[in-house]
Design a protein around this ligand. Structure first.
Ligand SMILES: Cc1ncc(COP(=O)(O)O)c(C=O)c1O
Length: 385
């Protein structure tokens, strides 16, 4: 049996998504820029997907730009914004717990002379709003804060942050990395008052290599890829048509089932946390069971057991989880998120992330926790010897 509990790293595409990708490869393989029928039929499908994505996010379809995923959407939003607005100011605010696709950009911008403020987070994984208020100045051009943290699942108070920005410096723009929130929280970008937001298909049962950026029509950005002028001149390059077809299906399924899926995830999360708490000792759960945390991410430290050893032990049972953030854990051996939350080294070293999909079952979770218990006990015994 395969028990896949690493859904924050990526998800399995649904059958309908796969069918849509195959249809594009086998039948609708025209170039959407071509003037003939083969191109026009594909262009129409792309328009449909754009409409669906704009419906899911609550914006106008002209405010959606397809990208190769979350990383590129973050790059386009941030680099593209800085490129277009560099004369307005030199200061940018972000948080210490952003995904590497955002943090690496700011490290780079710092080298080119930008002044970057990295907001602290508290021990529960929430950014300091007081520090945000104090840091905003007339020189601030951009604030970028993620919606759901990919390691611990904390949901940042995006609307409240937007209101603080509007009050202190209405000229500053607000970018949100929404890669882990789409389909897990019901929201609308207009209501959140954000200026740009990134999503990625493979995090919600769509294909890899496709994502989108919502960019408010009043926010000026410059393209970072130049060429044929596709995507309203903001992202040149022949469109990833199979990816867009697959994304369209994934978004359709998301719109149809979002509320039920979130309910399922909340039930599964409650069941998992309850089992962990009753079956395991010497643990610290960083992802609480309340609505300040996303329903699909559970970060738990199994004190005394190195997370990588646990990950590989579980892998032998067909149970797949992650240590820290799967997307960045190859680079560094520790979690910058748990570090920012001021967790002890022993906690950071033993933290695993279990991340759920609405397709997971209680049986799978039961099996995974039993296997975790078995490995925790045997590994702790070896360590104590
Ligand atoms: C919060 C967050 N942002 C961005 C990304 C990058 O997305 P992609 O894999 O589509 O480039 C990820 C991937 O893990 C993520 O979790």
């Amino acid at each position: 049996m395969e028990t896949y509990l690493d859904n924050a790293a990526t998800t399995k595409p649904t059958d309908k998504v796969i069918e849509a990708v195959v249809k594009s490869l086998k039948e609708m393989y025209g170039n959407p820029s071509s003037l003939h029928r083969k191109g026009i039929e594909v262009e129409k499908e792309i328009k449909k997907t754009r409409r669906l994505v704009s419906k899911a996010l609550g914006c106008n379809e002209k405010e959606i730009v397809f990208t190769s995923g979350g990383t590129e959407a973050n790059n386009l939003a941030i680099k593209g914004f800085v490129k277009a607005n560099n004369r307005l100011g030199n200061h940018i605010i972000t948080s210490k717990i952003e995904h590497k696709s955002v943090l690496s950009l700011y490290e780079d911008l710092e080298k080119s002379g930008y002044n970057i403020t990295y907001l602290d987070v508290d021990q529960e994984g929430f950014v300091s709003l007081k520090q945000l208020q104090e840091s905003l100045s007339d020189d601030t051009i951009l604030v970028s804060i993620m919606h759901v943290n990919n390691e611990v699942g904390s949901i940042q108070p995006i609307k409240e942050i937007a209101e603080i920005i509007k009050e202190k410096n209405p000229k500053a723009r607000f970018h949100v990395d929404g890669v882990q929130s789409i389909g897990k929280i019901v929201y609308c970008v207009k209501d959140l008052q954000v200026d740009s937001l990134s999503i990625s298909g493979h995090k919600f049962h769509g294909p890899k290599g496709i994502g989108a950026l919502y960019i408010n029509k009043d926010t000026r950005i410059s393209p970072i890829f130049l060429g044929g002028g596709q995507e309203f001149n903001l992202r040149s390059g022949t469109e990833n048509v199979p990816g867009i077809f697959g994304l369209g299906e994934a978004v359709k399924e998301l719109i149809e089932n979002q509320e039920n899926n979130i309910k399922t995830l909340n039930n599964l999360k409650a069941y998992l946390i309850d089992l962990i708490e009753t079956e395991l000792e010497d643990i610290i759960i960083s992802s609480k069971l309340d609505d300040r945390y996303a329903p699909h991410i559970i970060n738990v430290a199994l004190l005394g057991v190195k997370s990588e050893i646990m990950l590989h032990s579980l892998e032998m049972d067909g149970v797949f989880v992650s240590s820290g953030s799967a997307c960045s854990s190859k680079g560094k051996g520790y979690s910058h998120v748990l570090e920012a939350m001021q967790m002890k080294r022993s906690h950071i070293d033993s933290a695993i992330r279990i991340s759920l999909s609405h397709f997971n079952t209680k049986e799978e979770i039961f099996f995974a926790v039993k296997r975790i218990k078995y490995h925790v006990n045997s590994l702790r015994q070896i360590i104590r010897r």
